[in-house]
Design a protein around this ligand. Structure first.
Ligand code: ASP
Length: 294
C-alpha cells in the first residue's frame, strides 16, 4: 500500500438544480473509489489523471469525450491537456475530431513529441497514427450529457450546462499531475478553442500544485487561469484557498463563471466554484471519499 496519495475529479462547472444528477453522482462515487484503489496500489499521478479523465470521457455523462455536443456546424471538436508536475512536461490537443479519448492524444503529445499543443487535422492524424481509438459512427457514439436536452443546443445557457472533466493527483512519491478534457461550450462556433488545452490556463501541474479548471474559457484566459493561482501563491504570499478564490473573482470580473480543483504537494485540496454547482469528487489515503454537485 502507498501511504500518501490524494486525487480530485471534476465533471464540470454548472448544475441545473431542476435536473436529476443521480447517475452522475453514482458515477463519480464509483470512479473516485476506483481511483483511490489504484493510487493506493501505487499508480503514478500522471497515469492516474489520464486514466480518470479517460473514464470520465468514456462515460458520456459530461461535456467531454463521448458526452461532447456538436458545434454550430454540427460536428464535435474536443480539447484536452495533461501535465506532469515532476518533469514539468505538458501535452495537449485542440479542435480535435474523430478521436474517442482526447486525453490519450494529449498524453501522446507529452510522451512522444517535443511539442505542447497540436491542433485540428494535425492533431487528429497524430492521434490516429499513434493508435488512438477512432469514433466510427458519430451519431451512435456521442450522447448528450446529463442535464443537457437537444433543445439546449439552440437556446443555450452555458452557465448551467458546461461540463468539462478534469483530474488532479498526488502520488505516494510526492508527484503531482493534472489532466482536463472538454467538448467545449455547447453550440460553440466551429474552430473555437477555450482554456482547457492551453497549459497554464485550464490545466497546470508543477512540483507544488496541480490545477484543473472548468467554466467559460474566454474569461479564464482573460483572468490568467491556473498560472494566476500559482502566481498569487508564489509572489503574493496567498494560500491555495485565497489564490483560487482570487482567480475566480477575476473570472467573474471578466463576465464568466466556473470553478477549479487544486491539490498541493501536502495533499491539501480546494474545489471552489462561482457557477451554479460543480460536479466534483475527492479521495485521500485513509479517508472516506467525498462526492458533491451543488
Ligand atoms: N472551459 C471549457 C471551455 O471554455 C468549458 C467548460 O469548462 O465547461 O471550453
Amino acid at each position: 500500500m502507498t501511504a500518501n496519495y490524494a486525487i480530485a475529479l471534476h465533471g464540470g462547472a454548472g448544475v441545473d438544480p431542476a435536473r436529476d444528477y443521480r447517475e452522475v453522482e453514482d458515477h463519480l462515487a464509483d470512479l473516485i473509489a476506483r481511483c483511490a484503489d489504484k493510487m493506493g496500489a501505487g499508480l503514478s499521478a500522471i497515469d492516474a489523471v489520464e486514466w480518470a479523465v479517460s473514464e470520465l470521457e468514456a462515460s458520456g455523462l459530461y461535456v467531454a469525450g463521448r458526452g461532447s455536443a456538436p458545434n454550430d456546424r454540427g460536428f464535435v471538436e474536443c480539447d484536452a491537456a495533461i501535465m506532469d508536475g515532476a518533469s514539468g512536461k505538458a501535452g495537449g490537443v485542440c479542435a480535435l475530431q474523430e478521436v474517442a479519448n482526447p486525453v490519450r492524444a494529449a498524453r501522446l503529445v507529452l510522451d512522444e513529441t517535443p511539442f505542447v499543443l497540436l491542433a485540428g487535422d494535425g492533431a487528429r492524424r497524430f492521434a490516429l497514427d499513434h493508435g488512438c481509438a477512432r469514433v466510427g459512427d458519430a451519431a451512435a457514439h456521442y450522447r448528450l450529457p446529463v442535464g443537457v436536452e437537444q433543445e439546449d443546443l439552440s437556446r443555450l445557457d452555458p452557465g448551467l450546462v458546461h461540463g468539462t472533466v478534469g483530474a488532479v493527483a498526488l502520488d505516494g512519491n510526492g508527484r503531482l499531475a493534472a489532466a482536463t478534457s472538454t467538448g467545449g461550450l455547447l453550440g460553440k462556433q466551429a474552430g473555437r478553442v477555450g482554456d482547457t488545452p492551453i497549459t497554464g490556463i485550464g490545466n497546470w501541474a508543477d512540483c507544488k500544485v496541480a490545477i484543473s479548471c472548468t467554466g467559460i474559457g474566454e474569461s479564464f484566459i482573460h483572468a490568467g487561469g491556473a498560472r494566476d493561482v500559482t502566481a498569487r501563491m508564489a509572489y503574493g504570499g496567498q494560500t491555495l484557498e485565497q489564490a483560487a478564490a482570487g482567480m475566480l473573482d477575476a473570472v467573474a470580473a471578466r463576465g464568466g463563471d466556473g470553478g477549479l480543483i487544486a491539490l498541493d504537494y501536502t495533499g491539501r485540496c480546494v474545489m471552489p466554484f462561482n457557477s451554479p454547482g460543480m460536479k466534483r469528487a475527492f479521495a485521500r489515503a485513509g479517508e472516506e471519499p467525498i462526492v458533491a454537485i451543488l
